[in-house]
Ligand binder design. Structure first.
Ligand code: SF4
Length: 314
């Protein structure tokens, strides 16, 4: 068996920053800290922090007054920030700057009187956060069929934004339909689907034609990981999204000569290594890394956290 190990894969700059944020908070405040929803959508990462004592909450009122609350990489709606202020929480914002970019675009278009079509998946943390910036002005669209159902007057002021972790192909189908129906529709100068999503999808699309099976390391609720699995499936390959080695089934590899392994933007390298060990031990796999694009993106820790660290040093 030959294993192609896709690169880029795994942690993106936003996930790295969010995890560093939480580690730095633990260093400064100890583990008696709270995180609004999962810090990133990965079971391994969340379990590791939970076992250290970090508490993940679904509602701000689960956090004791005055405690430290971290916002996750997916961002939060202004309603959450307001609730945290009302409880006098000390907040640290680990929102990925590329998600913040979409929030700022939503605010700008709403202030200028546009109706905003947000292309995304209902219920995803990022979509909830972005829609919360201008709920009166934003309509969610998930498919070209949703676009067909929109009712705006000809010439209405319209703009579209996208969730950062969509399938490039699927978003493009929705955008095409929007532009057909509403030729006046505007969009931000730089696209919202982030570099990490685009690069991981590009790697899978480039490498999958020569492979029989696709393994994606990532959690079921990770949007960008699911999109990677769906690319494999849409091209007729056997594709599996798993959290780690314990979920692997030997029958998935019956007759497989080439296996493509990748990881979503929130999946750590350790779970990839464990799966590669399994494939080497069980099938004598030979692993070759295939680099389709280079990535050199880093985000600094949020200012409030750097200030807290400085105060602690004084
Ligand atoms: S996937 Fe993209 S938007 Fe999401 S955290 Fe990573 S870099 Fe940021």
């Amino acid at each position: 068996m030959r294993v192609l190990l896709a690169s880029p894969r795994g942690f993106c700059a936003g996930v790295n920053m969010a995890i560093e944020c939480l580690e730095e908070c633990i260093r400064i405040f100890g583990t008696n800290i709270y995180v609004y929803h999962e810090i990133v959508h990965n079971k391994y990462v969340v379990d590791r922090f939970s076992s250290q004592g970090v508490k993940f909450v679904n509602e701000v009122d689960e956090v004791p007054e005055g405690a430290v609350l971290l916002y996750s990489a997916h961002g939060v709606s202004p309603v959450v920030r307001q609730a945290a202020r009302a409880r006098k929480l000390r907040t640290v914002d680990a929102t990925c700057p590329l998600v913040t970019k979409v929030h700022l675009e939503a605010i700008k278009y709403a202030e200028e009187g546009y109706n905003i079509l947000l292309i995304g998946h209902e219920g995803h943390d990022e979509v909830i956060g972005t829609m919360g910036e201008a709920p009166e002005s934003i309509t969610l669209v998930e498919s070209p069929e949703d676009v067909d159902r929109l009712e705006f007057a000809p010439g209405a002021k319209l703009a579209y934004l996208t969730q950062t972790t969509l399938s490039v192909e699927e978003a493009s189908a929705v955008i095409t339909r929007l532009e057909q129906r509403f030729p006046q529709i505007e969009h931000p100068p730089k696209e919202d689907i982030c570099y990490a999503t685009t690069n991981r999808q590009f790697a899978v699309r480039s490498l999958i034609p020569d492979c029989d099976v696709l393994l994606v390391l990532g959690s079921q609720n990770s949007s960008n990981s699911r999109r990677l699995m769906e690319i494999g499936q849409s091209l007729g390959k056997s594709a599996h999204l798993i959290d780690g080695r314990h979920e692997l089934r030997p029958e998935w590899f019956d007759g497989a000569e080439r296996v493509l392994v990748t990881a979503g933007a929130s999946a750590p390298q350790v779970v990839v290594e464990e799966c590669l060990d399994y494939l080497r031990e069980t099938f004598g796999a030979d692993v070759v890394e295939e680099v389709t694009r280079e990535e050199h993106v880093n985000f600094p820790l949020p200012r409030e956290l750097r200030q807290m660290a400085r105060v602690q040093l004084q």
